[in-house]
Design a protein. Structure first.
Length: 73
């Protein structure tokens, strides 16, 4: 009985708790929270900062499309 109990506890704590939950849901939540903390530092709240960021992004996307698909044949 005791070996089965030890095996069950090992699979529950190490197998499920650390491996599955640590890498899966809990690991994803930790990664997203850390990323959000970094992104919050970049936010200024000024609308023109976001507008400039969107314009730079659109210009980069158009440049990529033209270079990738619009070149000479």
């Amino acid at each position: 009985m005791k070996p089965a109990l030890k095996l069950g506890r090992f699979l529950w704590l190490d197998g499920d708790g650390k491996t599955i939950d640590g890498v899966g849901p809990d690991g994803i939540v930790t990664t997203v929270a850390a990323g959000a903390r970094r992104i919050v530092k970049m936010q200024s709240g000024y609308l023109y900062h976001y507008a400039v960021g969107m314009l730079v992004g659109i210009a980069a996307l158009v440049t990529f499309i033209v270079v990738r698909f619009g070149g000479a044949q």
